[in-house]
Design a protein around this ligand. Structure first.
Ligand code: PXG
Length: 435
C-alpha cells in the first residue's frame, strides 16, 4: 500500500484495494463511469440504495434547489418545512397505525434509535424492567453499539465482543441448506424456527424482554428469505408476551420487495420499522424510524414542556436530505416503481435459478429483487470464490457484490430484461472460470 493514501475505506481490504483501486467518478441511470472511463452496469443499485438509478434528474433538481434555499436549520426545538412534509409522506406509505417518523442519517442510527425508543416505551408504561433486546443470528443492524449487539454476523462482533451491550440475546437464524436449498421465494420449511423466541421468553422471562429486531428478509448476510408463516408467528409470540417487534427494513423498504415495505408484502405489521437507503434513493444520507401510534402515544406523557425522548442527531430531518426524500417518494409514485419491480420479479427469479446446477453453487435464494447465489468455499480460503466473482464481474463491466462466498444481487427497480440478462451472463462467465 502506498503510504500516500489517506483514505481508509470502510468494510474493505484496504491494502489489497490500493494495489488495484476501483474508483468511480460519475454515474447516470443504470451505469457507473470509472476514473479510467469505463462504463459499468450497476447490478447492486449502489449498495441497495439507488433503486431508481443514479442521478435521477428529479431528485438531482430537488436537491439543487433545496441546498440553495435552506441548507440547514436547527433541528432541536425548531424544524424545517421539508422534514415535516417528508414525515407525513412516509407515514402515509406506512402500514395503518404507523404514523410517527423519527429521522436519522443512516441505517445504523435507525437501528439504535428504534432500540432506544423500545426501552423508553416500556419505561414510560411502568415496565422499566423490560430492557432485554433480542436479535437474530446472522442479522445485520449496522455498526453502532446497539445494532452491532443485536446483530448476528460473527465477523462484525468478534473484535468488539467485550463491549457489546449486556442483556442481549439472539434467536436462531432461519437458514438450513438441507431443508430449503434452491427455494424459489419463501421456503415452505422453517416457520417453527420462530418458536425459538418462546425459548428465550422462558430463559429470560418474557417480562424482561423489550423488543425483538429482525430483518424481514436478511440482506447483508447473504439473502435469507423468511419461511412461509415465520414472520406471522414472530408477531404472535411478541403480542402474547408484550414484546415490541421491530422490522429492520433498511434494505427491504421502498420497493426492493415490490411493495413500499416488506411489512406490507408479508402482511405482518411490526411496532417499528427502521429505514434508510431507498428513502432518498441513496442521494443524501438519511434514515427514518417509523413508529406505531401506540408506541408514540405512550411516550407523549408528562408535563407538556418536557422533552419526551432524549435522543436525536444534529442532522435529524436535514432539509436537503428531506428534499431528496420527497423527490424520491414522488418518483416512486410517478414511475409506479414498486409495481415495476414486482413485474420483473418472475424473470429475476428465473434467471437466478438458472444457476441451480452451475459449478460450485450450493444454494440460490431470492425474494423481490433481492437474490443470492451461495458458492461452496474453496478449501482453506473461505470467501475467495465470492470475491473473485465480484472482481471478475467488475473487470468485465458489471457490479455485483459478495458476502463471503455468497454472490448478491440488487438490480434497479426498473431494470430491463436485457440488463438482468447481462448481469447474470457476466456472473455465469465468472463462475465458469473459477477454480
Ligand atoms: N440495517 C440493515 C438491514 C442494513 O442492511 C444497516 C442496518 C446499516 O445501515 P448504514 O446506513 O448505517 O450502513 C444496513 C446496511 C451488504 C451491505 O453488502 C449491506 C448494508 C451495508 C453494507 C453492506 O449487503 N446494509
Amino acid at each position: 500500500m502506498s503510504k500516500d493514501q489517506a483514505y481508509w475505506l470502510p468494510f474493505t481490504a484496504n491494502r489489497a484495494f490500493w494495489q488495484a483501486p476501483r474508483v468511480i467518478k460519475a454515474a447516470r441511470g443504470h451505469y457507473y463511469t470509472t476514473d479510467d472511463g469505463r462504463q459499468l452496469l450497476d447490478g447492486f443499485s449502489g449498495l441497495w440504495t439507488s433503486g431508481l438509478g443514479h442521478c435521477h434528474p428529479k431528485i438531482v433538481a430537488a436537491v439543487q434547489e433545496q441546498v440553495a434555499t435552506l441548507d440547514y436549520s436547527m433541528g432541536f426545538q425548531v424544524t424545517n418545512d421539508k422534514a415535516i412534509a417528508l414525515a407525513d409522506e412516509v407515514a402515509a406509505m406506512a402500514p395503518a397505525g404507523m404514523n410517527r417518523v423519527f429521522f436519522t442519517n443512516s441505517g445504523s442510527e435507525s437501528a439504535d434509535t428504534a432500540l432506544k425508543i423500545a426501552l423508553a416505551y416500556h419505561r414510560a408504561r411502568g415496565e422499566s424492567q423490560r430492557t432485554r433486546l433480542i436479535g437474530r443470528e446472522r442479522g445485520y443492524h449496522g455498526v453502532n453499539f446497539g445494532g452491532m449487539s443485536v446483530g448476528g454476523i460473527p465477523g462484525n462482533r468478534k473484535v468488539f465482543s467485550a463491549a457489546l451491550l449486556p442483556g442481549v440475546d439472539h434467536i436462531r437464524h432461519t437458514h438450513s441448506l438441507s431443508d430449503m436449498a434452491f427455494s424459489r421465494g419463501q421456503p415452505g420449511w422453517g416457520a417453527h424456527l420462530a418458536d425459538d423466541l418462546e425459548r428465550l421468553t422462558l430463559l429470560h422471562d418474557a417480562s424482561n424482554i423489550a423488543a425483538l429486531i429482525v430483518e424481514p428478509v436478511a440482506g447483508s448476510t447473504g439473502i435469507l428469505v423468511p419461511p412461509i408463516g415465520y414472520l406471522q408467528r414472530l408477531r404472535e409470540i411478541c403480542d402474547k408476551h408484550g414484546i415490541l417487534l421491530i422490522f429492520d427494513e433498511v434494505i427491504t423498504a421502498f420497493g426492493r420487495v415490490g411493495a413500499p415495505f416488506a411489512a406490507e408484502r408479508f402482511g405482518v405489521v411490526p411496532d417499528m420499522i427502521t429505514t434508510a437507503k431507498g428513502l432518498t434513493n441513496g442521494v443524501i444520507p438519511m434514515g427514518a424510524v417509523i413508529v406505531s401510534d401506540k408506541v408514540h402515544a405512550a411516550l407523549m406523557q408528562g408535563p407538556g414542556q418536557m422533552i419526551e425522548l432524549f435522543h436525536g442527531y444534529t442532522y435529524s430531518g436535514h432539509p436537503v436530505a428531506a428534499a431528496a426524500g420527497l423527490a424520491t417518494l414522488a418518483v416512486y409514485r410517478e414511475e409506479d416503481s414498486f409495481a415495476r419491480a414486482r413485474a420483473i420479479e418472475p424473470l429475476f427469479e428465473e434467471l437466478i435459478h438458472s444457476f441451480d446446477s452451475a459449478p460450485h453453487v450450493v444454494d440460490v435464494r431470492n425474494f423481490g429483487l433481492m437474490g443470492g447465489i451461495e458458492l461452496s468455499a474453496r478449501d482453506g480460503a473461505p470467501g475467495a470464490r465470492g470475491f473473485e466473482v465480484f472482481l471478475k464481474c467488475f473487470e468485465a463491466g458489471v457490479v455485483v457484490r459478495n458476502s463471503g462466498d455468497i454472490v448478491q444481487f440488487s438490480p434497479f427497480l426498473d431494470s430491463t430484461p436485457d440488463e438482468l440478462g447481462r448481469i447474470f451472463d457476466c456472473v455465469r462467465q465468472a463462475l465458469a472460470s473459477l477454480a
